[in-house]
Write a protein that binds this ligand. Sequence first.
Ligand code: FAD
Length: 398
Amino acid sequence: MRIMLRNAFRRRRFLTKSKCNNVRRFCSKRPKYDVVVIGGGHAGCEAAAASARMGCRTALVTQKKDTIGEMACNPSVGGIGKGTLVREVDALDGLIGRVTDQAGIQFRMLNRSRGEAVQAPRAQADRDIYRDCMQAELASIENLDVLERSVEDLYLDESDRNVRGVIDDKGEIIHSDRVVLTTGTFLGGIVHIGPKSYPAGRHRRDNDEVEAPSTGLAATLERLEFPLGRLSTGTPPRIDGNTVDYDDGPLLEQPSEEIPVPMSYMNWEKGVALKDRLVSCYQTRTNARTHEIVRENFHLLPKFRQEGKVKTPRYCPSIETKLKRFPDRDDFGHVVWLEPEGLPENTSIVYPAGISTSMPEEIQLRMLRTMSGLRNAEMLRPGYVVEYVVFEREAREF
Ligand SMILES: Cc1cc2nc3c(=O)[nH]c(=O)nc-3n(C[C@H](O)[C@H](O)[C@H](O)COP(=O)(O)OP(=O)(O)OC[C@H]3O[C@@H](n4cnc5c(N)ncnc54)[C@H](O)[C@@H]3O)c2cc1C
């Protein structure tokens, strides 16, 4: 970030003269924080904790304290590729592995029948427990302040061509010479459901509200001429688990492994916290009727999805993308895992993994009701797609 901002300064895209004078005045003092981290998602929690562990006075600045540690999409951790990443973060004394071991309600080692090098731990977490444990972990860290604010701008200094802090939505400055951006899907975020679209970072899961996108910061990065691009990623509708008929078919049950392998090396001996409360997932499938509904309504997808203009993550394709990539799967269908979002006393919401979509709500419900087990399902929240600003790869050289 330092290098990126320095170079941006070379091209003279920065503060007005009066703002620079202010900056000089403030820079004569030692900043209160060594590091400011913007955003309290997975990345921000780890960045803030790592910085504070290294003895840096750190501020984690995030829009809402109560959403720190919120799992934005699937309440799962790990899997192929990401499981190795989690273990690496754990080996560096990161939080994600330990918190998953406290909140995990299903654990599986993927590729168990293959060699150890390609095995991958995956766990599903109770969303509430995960969030609460992450917040408790952060609260226990010395040198770390959590500030509930939205960052609107970077505070830049012309004299030494560096970042000097951040400016929040009330115009207050939080001084620091190092700023870490972990804004997830929020930077210039726009949510789409069918032809409807509106500015948002993501939907809240507990009510109908949306979380505000980070527009000021996106504008600053654009003004500074960072190489920016847009990505889009989608999520499936959420289902009321009480309306799922597990005997229809019947659905194939996938229990947790009985003796879960913990995510964190620190829990190797003691095991995971909820080992006596593990839950099962169930498998259903899309079929020719589901596919027909998708194909008939393809024109109702958000325009940018129809045109394929914005890049999407390669490994979490929407059902629409799957049908395009594999047009001959009408007989066999695509697997959909019905995953509980938590322990029964905390939630009855089920996450149907594998059917992320941005079709209009009524089409989503029709799609769901074509599948075994879901013929009478109630949809609690629709799926959606969010497109947001990201740094392009060239930004590394910037
Ligand atoms: C619709 C949707 C689909 C998804 N699909 C996938 C997928 O396909 N694959 C996958 O791996 N993951 C997916 N995810 C999950 C998610 O995007 C990431 O995996 C993960 O949550 C990213 O973590 P993060 O810490 O980078 O950001 P996030 O979890 O998005 O957290 C960002 C944090 O920054 C805060 N913030 C943002 N801007 C500001 C600001 N200006 N000031 C203060 N705070 C700010 C927000 O409040 C939030 O707390 C999806 C999420 C959504 C919403």
